[in-house]
Design a protein around this ligand. Structure first.
Ligand code: ZN
Ligand code: ZN
Ligand code: ZN
Ligand code: ZN
Length: 485
């Protein structure tokens, strides 16, 4: 496992052309392709509060503006606030009776406190609450009416545009004369359809909202600054920082005394899908407390991992040796062959196909995606490998993963030219590489290494698909071997 600050020395080329470390890649078992966060669909499964782990449906989350109603963050240091209780004595009991009676009448009152910076809700004069959770006063948004007006206005515009589009489509089909629109077929009128969909019953509603809307006016006159603005000494302890202000955009307090607890933002659990075959690549368990996944097709479990052990300095026009560690994460023996990327047999131009299909789905408009000339894959724009493998291709068999062997200490050392040592599902191999004669000194020495590997698919095939379990797959990794000496 890599440290967070460590650069990625080995990056794989995703099917879409992005360069990613193996830990941020997925492997679709149905298309047998590597996928990354850029070329998969992300879906929100559920909303939950990261503090109290309360789960809520998306409609409720929207209603609560994606915030938890019982958990708060410190407005000063953003740490989670804790609820503290203190005993309060009702005034009329003061001095009367013995200790026991007094205790009876003592009442617990709750306030919010930050254990990190010692901010409390008492600092800003929020009254203590008689209940531990919930019941904290909600501050009304001063711009609520204006925001609601804007929302209504844009909803009306969206509705109008949608209707115009429907009209356009209907005309288009009417000209062709071949197809009936759904409303013609079912005898459903536009008004009825709107009714069923819960939209305003007629266009006049939305058009009147649009007509009535008064847009904000920019004004050249602004409030004057107080007279002592430039002369008064500034006490930075009293003034909020920019992030503190922007944390509550409705109020943007400038004074520390006006900071209010901030309702905690909800987190989401998301599942990810392959864009091509629609199968799930990851699917978390529904329970917010669980960090497990029902489906977790990480590349880390399916494709061979390459690590750099050591390398000789790369000199332009000269050969050097690189020591690599190869591991097979699967439960089946893997034959691995290290080669140059140009030796990968080209089936068809799938890479470009995916790229163009990606672009189409990103622009969402098929008509506007022009037929562009074949471009270099995305990774070529940022990386130019100048080191290549030389000599006969390295072909090795890597045993399957064995969890029990993890505890073994000893590795077997081979006197082999290629294999340096073996240990369970890992191999140390020696690879001869050559640096291009024209490589610039001091430039990054990047080695593009293609991996051919055997893969056994354990997914039961679809009903009429051929039952092929063993596949030969290819992937390319870019290895950073320091700078050209
Ligand atoms: Zn990708
Ligand atoms: Zn919560
Ligand atoms: Zn704090
Ligand atoms: Zn797929």
């Amino acid at each position: 496992m890599a440290y967070l600050t460590q650069p990625d020395y080995v990056r794989y080329i995703c099917t879409c052309g992005q360069l990613k470390p193996i830990t941020s890649l997925y492997f679709c078992r149905h298309c047998l392709k590597i996928r990354c966060g850029f070329c998969i669909c992300h879906e929100v499964d559920s909303h939950y509060c990261p503090n109290c782990l309360e789960n809520m449906p998306s409609s409720e989350a929207r209603l609560k503006k994606n915030r938890c109603s019982s958990c708060f963050d410190c407005p000063s240091c953003y740490h989670t606030l804790s609820t503290r209780a203190s005993l309060v004595q009702p005034r009329q009991q003061e001095g009367a009776g013995d200790g026991k009676v007094e205790n009876k009448h003592q009442k617990k009152m709750y306030y919010l406190a930050c254990f990190n910076c010692r901010w409390t809700s008492r600092d800003v004069g929020i009254p203590d609450q008689p209940v531990a959770s919930g019941g904290w006063p909600e501050r009304p948004n001063p711009f609520a009416t204006q925001i609601n007006q804007l929302l209504e206005y844009y909803k009306a515009i969206a509705l109008q545009e949608k209707q115009e589009k429907i009209e356009k489509e209907r005309k288009k089909f009417a000209i062709r004369g071949k197809y009936l629109t759904l409303t013609d077929k079912t005898g459903l009128t536009g008004a009825m359809a709107r009714n069923i969909a819960g939209l305003p019953s007629s266009d006049s509603g939305s058009s009147s909202i649009i007509a009535k809307f008064v847009p904000s006016q920019a004004s050249a006159e602004v409030e004057e600054l107080p007279e002592d603005y430039f002369t008064k000494e500034v006490n930075l302890n009293q003034i909020t920082s920019m992030p503190q202000r922007l944390l509550s955009p409705e109020w943007q307090p400038t004074d520390v005394s006006r900071l209010h607890p901030i309702a905690k933002l909800l987190s989401v659990k998301r599942s990810q899908r392959c864009r091509e075959c629609d199968h799930n690549l990851t699917k978390p368990e529904y329970n917010p407390g669980s960090i497990k996944f029902k489906i977790e097709l990480l590349a880390f479990y399916h494709i061979p991992e390459v690590k750099i052990i050591s390398y000789e300095p790369m000199k332009a026009g000269e050969n050097s040796t690189v020591l690599l560690k190869l591991s097979n994460p699967t439960a089946h023996e893997m034959t691995l062959c290290l080669m140059n990327p140009e030796d990968i047999p080209q089936v068809d131009n799938e890479e470009e196909q995916l790229e163009s299909s990606l672009e189409k789905s990103l622009t969402l408009d098929k008509e506007s995606a022009p037929c562009k000339p074949a471009a270099a894959p995305a990774w070529r724009r940022t990386a130019a490998p100048c080191v290549r493998a030389v000599g006969p291709p390295v072909r090795v068999a890597v045993p399957q993963r064995d969890d029990a062997a993890e505890y073994d200490d000893d590795a077997t050392h081979d006197a082999n030219d290629v294999i340096v040592w073996r240990k369970a599902n890992k191999l140390g191999v020696r690879l001869q590489v050559a640096t291009e004669a024209g490589a610039a000194r001091g430039g990054a020495a990047l080695l593009a290494l293609a991996l051919q590997y055997s893969y056994r698919n354990t997914v039961p095939p679809a009903a009429n698909a051929p039952n092929q379990r063993n596949h030969i797959l290819y992937t390319t990794a870019l290895l950073s071997l320091g700078n050209v000496a």
